[in-house]
Every structure is written in C-alpha cells, then in structure tokens.
Ligand binder design. Structure first.
Ligand code: ZN
Length: 436
C-alpha cells in the first residue's frame, strides 16, 4: 500500500527532525499558550481542529485545572548575577510553579531546588500540577557552586481560570471503524519523550491524508496533554469509543535504540499481533513488554478497565530506560532524523497490515486445487521470492476457512504478511478464494 521508495517516505526523517527543531524551544505544559503555539505550528502541516475545555470542567474523577502560563524566571546570586535563567532552559522552572518575587537565604532557597546528583550535568524535568508550589530545577554542578548569602528569586507565571487545549484530526476512511493515533503535547524542551511522537503522528497524518481515498479505516489523531488530556478526551467521547478498533501511543521514537512494543491490556488484540509481526519480520533485535498500568503513558487511560481499548505503544528505547529521560539531555542531539525515519517506516508497516488484513474463504477446499492449470506457476515464475510465494499459496488455501485472517496465517507460517497477501490476491484472481 505504501511505496517505501517514495521520496516522502525516504525524506521523512529529515522532515520530522526539522519540525522537531521548531517545537523544541517551546515551553509546554498540560495547559497554556505553549500547547496552543505547538498546535499552531502543527496545523501548518495537518489541518487539525483545536479544542478548549474550560477550567473546572469535571472529567471522570478529575477536574480541568487552572491554566498555567509563564514568561520569565530566574535566580540571582548575592552579587546580582543571574545564575539560573528560564531563558536558557525552560526545564529550569518546576512546571506549574506559582508566581514569586522575593529574596531568600540559601538555606530557605534550597528547599525549592531540585537536582539529579547521579547525573550532575543534567537539569531534571519536574512538575507540580495539582499542588500549588514553586521551584527551580538545576544541574547538580550548579547547585554545588551556590554560596551562602541572599538570593533573588523571580517567577513571572500565572495560574488562572482558562482552559485545557488539545488538537484533533480525523481522516475519514471507507468504514467508521477507527484507528486511534495518540501523542502528547505537554512536555517542554525534551525531544524523545513527547516531541518525537508528535512529529511522527504529524507525518503519518500527512501521508495518510494523501492516501485518504483508499483507506479502509478512519484515522483519528489526538495531540493532547498526557493523562489529563486523555481522560478529558475519553470523558467527552465516551459514546463513540466503541469505534476504536486499533490504537497506538506514539512516544520515544527518535533515539537510536532498537524497537520495543508495549502490548494493550488484553495483550492479544490485532494491533498487538500486527506490531509483533512487523518486529519479527524485521529480523532486528526487539523487546515485547506486557501491559503495565503504572509505567506508561496514555494507554493507562485508554486501557483502564472501563474502556479496555485495543491500544498499544511502539517505541524505541522506552521511558525510563534511557538516562536522558526527563532531563535536559533529551535534546536535539539525542534524537536523529534516521531514528525518526526508521520509526515512521515501522508504523507504516503496522498500518499496512491493519489496512490489508482480511479473512478469506477457500472455494476449493476438498483436496489441494491444481495450481498449474490456473496459471499460478506463471505468476510464481515472475515472483522474486517465488519459493516463499509458493509456500504462501498453500498456507493461504489451507487456512482460509473463514476463521483465520491473513495476519493469523502469516504468523502461523512465519511468512511475511505481504507475501501471504500477494498469494491471497493471486488465488482470488484465479477464482480459488474470495473475501469472507
Ligand atoms: Zn514524560
């Protein structure tokens, strides 16, 4: 379905990386202008719809919080020199910090400072969404250099009634059955966690839009703040979630590590089988993780027992297995165009299976049909990998009994999905099979 030699696919890594460069500097949080600015940039590539849900709205057991915005923050040392500056890195401020402008003795200030002693060059990423406080994050090396005296602390932020903002984009396919592609737009300047998933979702949306007349499924793209955004979307769309037949959470897809697939809660949904098949067929080293309701992203909401949606997550190195995770080291050097491009192809292969997996009926089930007299040997002769194709003809015929899909057959036979699909197409053309 997708031409992997197409320029759009070949250049995808560079395109996504360049979009990431635009998004990286923005200070995002679960609400506020950073999310709006991010969605505005994405809307130049994908015509997404921006939605605003007011502060105070009840969403299941949660409430949309106040909106947080920030324009500046710093700490000045006793000599008046700025030693920590939000303008150098937006990670310096504890996310959702309340405003403050006051002088503190070092001992008092230290109660509001956060560092990572094990990674003394990294600024940690920390937030306090639901407890009003203020704080600064700095490298442990910076922290060690602080001398006694009075420090001026300034955080020019606001926490007011406003809204939670998210983006949604739908590509209508031939059926109302949906594939959910969900990513989160609430992390400030970090690349692999969060932004890599955002740029990948944007590129998938761009490519699928080009193919929209051929799509079997309807594709729903969500650009939401993590956790509270997924809860909000599920709360607003509860009546329609039954349409979601497959789903993926996109994050941690830009580093150079091998692939990891985290299964949906049920673990045996078609999305789980398709993702694992793509990984097996790649021949590359990979990991499969069972669903985990504690360590994870928005699958924790989509796969909560009241929804139990078929949503998994294909990543490279997973959170929190890379030391750069939730620090200033998860930057533009940590992700690469090549890493992003490889992930894009991996996702396209999964979508290719979802789009083409069908169950067929063998119309000549009593003993093997004679393939030669139907010209199938000629087809085989023209196939590059005709031996595999030959095997696939027999597997497709035998298991197309109405209860095994092409994906089932490709898994059972260890043949590549596309080879089994080509065999099924040839058998249909020869009048030996039909779609159930
Ligand atoms: Zn994160």
């Amino acid at each position: 379905m997708f031409d992997f030699s197409d320029d759009f696919v070949k250049e995808s890594g560079k395109g996504m990386y360049s979009l990431m460069e635009q998004l990286y500097p923005i200070c995002r949080s679960i609400t506020g202008n950073g999310v709006r600015e991010t969605l505005k940039i994405l809307s130049k590539t994908v015509p997404l719809e921006t939605k605003e849900i007011p502060t105070g709205t009840a969403v299941f057991d949660w409430t949309i919080p106040k909106e947080w915005n920030i324009s500046d923050a710093y700490i000045k040392d006793p000599k008046g020199k700025k030693i920590v500056d939000f303008k150098n890195s937006n990670l310096h401020v504890l996310g959702y910090s309340i405003p403050v402008h006051k002088k503190f003795k070092l001992s008092e200030l230290k109660k509001h400072l956060f560092t990572l002693p094990d990674y003394p060059d990294s600024i940690p990423y920390l937030t306090s969404y639901y407890r009003e406080k203020w704080g600064f994050c700095l490298t442990h090396n910076q922290f060690d250099r602080l001398e006694d005296g009075e420090y001026e602390v300034h955080i020019d932020s606001s926490l007011t009634d406003g809204s939670l903002t998210f983006g949604e984009y739908v590509i209508k396919g031939k059926t109302d059955d949906e594939v959910l592609i969900s990513c989160y737009v609430c992390h400030p300047s970090m690349c692999n966690d969060s932004i890599s998933g955002v740029v990948l979702a944007t590129w998938l949306a761009k490519l699928l839009t080009k193919h929209k007349n051929k799509l079997h499924y309807t594709y729903r793209f969500l650009f939401i703040p993590e956790t509270i955004g997924a809860i909000t979307w599920l709360s607003l769309n509860e009546k329609n979630v039954h349409r979601i037949k497959h789903g993926l959470i996109l994050t941690c897809v830009g580093d150079s590590g091998g692939f990891t697939y985290k299964k949906s809660r049920a673990g045996n949904n078609m999305i789980d089988l398709a993702a694992q098949k793509v990984l097996t067929d790649s021949g590359d080293k990979h990991r499969i993780l069972e669903f985990d309701p504690f360590v994870g992203s928005d699958e924790r909401q989509y796969c909560s027992p009241g929804f139990n949606l078929p949503v998994g997550s294909m990543m490279r190195t997973t959170y929190p297995d890379f030391s750069e995770y939730h620090t200033s080291k998860d930057d533009l050097d940590f992700v690469t165009a090549k890493g992003l491009g490889g992930s894009f192809e991996q996702y396209l292969m999964i979508i290719n299976i979802l789009e083409n997996d069908r169950t067929y009926i063998n119309l000549n089930p009593k003993c093997e049909p004679q393939l030669g007299k139907r010209g199938l040997y000629d087809v085989m002769g023209s196939q590059k990998n005709h031996e595999e194709f030959h095997k696939a003809l027999f597997w497709a015929l035998n298991f197309s009994d109405g209860s095994h899909s092409l994906l089932d057959i490709s898994i059972r036979s260890s043949l590549k999905f596309d080879v089994v699909k080509s065999a099924a197409d040839a058998l249909c053309k020869a009048g030996l099979m039909r779609i159930k």
